[in-house]
Ligand binder design. Structure first.
Ligand code: ADP
Ligand code: MG
Length: 309
């Protein structure tokens, strides 16, 4: 087995209630998440990320499809599947009257971890809360509470840790700390699955990213490859006459002559504009007869992602 998680054709339709119309939240999601990886599920709000996580955690019933966690089918071997995963939910919920140490001991009890096998202090150290072991949870900052939730998800030493929007509402400094925690855990061998609607977060942490939108996976690639797609566009200009070479002024662009009258330019939409290119072509004495670009779903999704920030 090389996959930590295998999801096949997962579908979920939430039934209509008096308050809410029915929603087809997942429309056939398939994903393989390799053991040992940090995998990012990236998508705008409402994409279906939490639904996937909650199905894995046994909190939401799927409509159809299959999910295997560490080789265990959640329908066939629910107990082992659950024992293999620790889930940090999107919403912060905590026990205000217990200390972090007590919280972890209680959770370990719930999971049936016998006392000699518990490692509450060690886990608190991993998430940087050892010095708060005996403080009241309600006195902890928001970031510390999140880290405590992470610790809580780890009491039964699952090989997979799932974090649903781990840094929502967490300030930049604490975000860096959380990311460092995630990397440390991953180095210790834990497979990490995290959801986020920040591309920046996914790109700095994850080995591989799936983009999900409207309940469907629209892209799933190793991070460098995915990034190359979304910040790299191609545009073609067909000119009124033959080109012998790339016109002067295109030095800063990655431009090639394609066919006799076609200039093809790869550029980064973030810092280069089509207007500038048109200007350069004009000043080289050419007229443009036609322009074509390559559009992909991914770009549309990416635009949505960046505009919803
Ligand atoms: P994300 O985590 O990516 O923001 P969710 O999985 O929370 O997305 O939601 C996906 C879709 O399912 C949304 O349209 C949301 O409104 C809907 N949804 C989520 N939870 C419920 C629920 N308990 N009942 C009805 N609809 C829901
Ligand atoms: Mg969510």
């Amino acid at each position: 087995m090389t996959n930590a998680i295998e999801i096949k054709d997962l579908r979920k339709t939430y039934k209509a209630t008096r308050r809410r119309p029915g929603t087809e939240a997942l429309k056939g999601v398939s994903l393989d998440i390799a053991r040992g990886s940090i995998f990012g599920l990236l998508g705008p709000n409402g994409a279906g990320k939490s639904t996937i996580i909650n199905i894995m955690a046994g909190l939401v019933m799927k409509s159809s499809g299959s999910v295997r966690i560490w080789g265990f089918d959640i329908d066939v071997n629910e107990r082992n599947a659950k024992a293999s995963i620790g889930v940090v939910p999107q919403e912060i919920n905590y026990d205000a009257f217990f200390t972090p140490l007590e919280t972890l001991e209680l959770q370990a009890g719930l999971y049936g971890v016998p006392s000699p096998k518990r490692r509450s202090m060690e886990i608190l150290e991993t998430v940087g809360l050892a010095d708060k072991a005996n403080a009241f949870v309600r006195s902890l900052s928001g970031g510390m509470k999140r880290r405590l939730l992470m610790a809580k998800a780890m009491v039964h030493s699952p090989p997979i840790l799932v974090l649903d929007e781990p840094t929502a509402g967490v300030d930049i400094e604490l975000r860096q700390q959380l990311w460092a925690n995630v990397r440390t855990l991953n180095k210790q061998g834990v497979t990490i699955l995290l959801t986020t609607h920040y591309l920046e977060e996914a790109q700095s942490l994850c080995d591989r990213i799936a983009i999900i939108n409207h309940g469907q996976v629209v892209a799933c690639e190793d991070t460098p490859k995915l990034l190359a797609h979304i910040d790299n566009k191609e545009i073609r200009f067909r000119l009124d006459r033959e080109l012998n070479a790339v016109p002067e002024g295109f030095a800063a662009y990655s431009a090639t002559v394609e066919g006799r009258r076609v200039l093809s330019v790869r550029y980064r939409p973030g810092d280069q504009t089509v207007g500038d290119m048109i200007g350069l072509i004009g000043s080289a004495g050419y007229r443009i007869e036609d322009i074509s670009t390559e559009e992909s779903d991914l770009e549309d999704v990416f635009l949505q992602l960046t505009s919803s920030k």
